[in-house]
Unconditional design. Structure first.
Length: 143
């Protein structure tokens, strides 16, 4: 019985590691899409990311159900390496997702600045002393 539980737990952890690797690859592809010029590619990668996260949630629930059974020393030693690999992958995925979030934030800021310029809002420039100055520009739409 213990052998069967260990095999099932190892299988779930292996599937979680594989899903985490897929997530890492998708996050890298999302970063490329975010720095490109295809909104459709960004949408596709975001949808893929959501599907992988849903898979990870299901696998985590399955793993937790398997871990409810009484622990045995052999079981803990067997899964330790897989668990460590999973935690390292998930930490790198978190970092990659945060970087992608920052790219999105920068893009949003750039778009807001461009819209302000087009609407004739303040354009921030630097003066001779290096201080920022807001200069009202004529709206490009009126030009």
């Amino acid at each position: 019985m213990e052998q069967d539980a260990r095999r099932r737990l190892e299988d779930v952890l292996d599937r979680e590691v594989q899903a985490a690797r897929s997530l890492a690859a998708t996050l890298a592809e999302e970063r490329t899409a975010l720095t490109g010029d295809s909104p459709a590619a960004v949408e596709q990668k975001a949808a893929e990311k959501i599907q992988i996260l849903e898979t990870l949630d299901r696998l985590e629930a399955e793993r937790r159900a398997l871990c409810v059974k009484p622990d045995s020393p052999g079981l803990a030693a067997t899964v330790a390496e897989r668990w460590r690999a999973l935690m390292e992958l998930m930490a790198s995925c978190r970092t990659a997702n945060e970087v992608n979030g920052q790219i999105i934030h920068v893009r949003q800021h750039q778009i807001r600045q461009l819209i302000d310029i087009v609407r004739g809002g303040p354009a921030f420039t630097y003066g001779p002393q290096g201080k920022t100055l807001a200069k009202a520009l004529r709206a490009l739409a009126r030009a």
